[in-house]
Design a protein around this ligand. Sequence first.
Ligand code: 8YV
Length: 317
Amino acid sequence: MTATATSPHVLMPGTYPEWDMAPMQAAYTLHRLWEAPDRQAFIAAHAPDIRAIATRGELGANAELIAALPKLELIACYGVGTDGIDLAACRARGIRVSNTPDVLNGDVADLAVGLTLALQRRIAAGDQFVRSGAWAQGGMPLTTRVFGQRIGIAGFGRIGGTIARRLSGFDVELGYFSRTARTDSPHRHFASLTAMADWCDVLIVILPGGEATRGIVNADVLRALGPKGWLVNVSRGTTVDEGALLQALETRGIAGAALDVFLNEPRIDPRFAALGNVVLHPHHGSGTEQTRRAMGELVRRNLEAHFAGQPLVTPVA
Ligand code: 8YV
């Protein structure tokens, strides 16, 4: 099957894996924005035809892009986080939005646990220690015990709950920060992030991005976490006041951080790379082949449902 003159026109701000591009190309007339030398001219030229945007979490669709597309009906997001999409602009024009929830919960939770272990047990440093031959000169410096600690999870939605389930096997004491206490959770609830940071040894952040959580992990929270406290962020770079975090890491105001997300990805602040008390990861929480295949399939099912005049499979409220 190949796209025909009547296939719906879909704008893609960035590419998907080739196993998604082939079926997308067969079903739609695709407009590849990332290949356009002049973005604005490209959008202006195709705007009258474009009925959907197939974007990615980190690329989103801002108010300017939405305003430039008068025929836009749907924004399908490859990713669960829709903070990069101007949802108010979509609501105002009745544009539908879909995302890819649930299929990535397990992977993001696995990475949160893996980063916690990598950070406290210094797994990457251990690898370097062996490769460099430093081992022959003596043993590796001692690390920090993971089990038996207090771990606070900021954000207790579907991924936060999965992280808690994973960590239940680690003999840790768990707490969570969320607006309302969950009746279905045995773990300790905190309505204040600072209070939880004061209580826990490791603070794992899995809050949604967006204005409501911008800089919520601020200097006060980091101070409460303290010199023996660790931060793990698998949410969005925006949830952390990055200036305050860099300062806390450089001055040992906190013990260390494992970060999958940053401001200005992928060109992150170079101060991070100079630090010895961090584990850095390239925004790859959902980055397994199995999950990315499931995400791509969900994007395509939403596009298909929309153009068939059916309810979306995973609509964003
Ligand atoms: C992806 C994500 O990194 O789901 C999200 O919100 O951030 C991710 O799964 C991204 O959307 C893949 O391009």
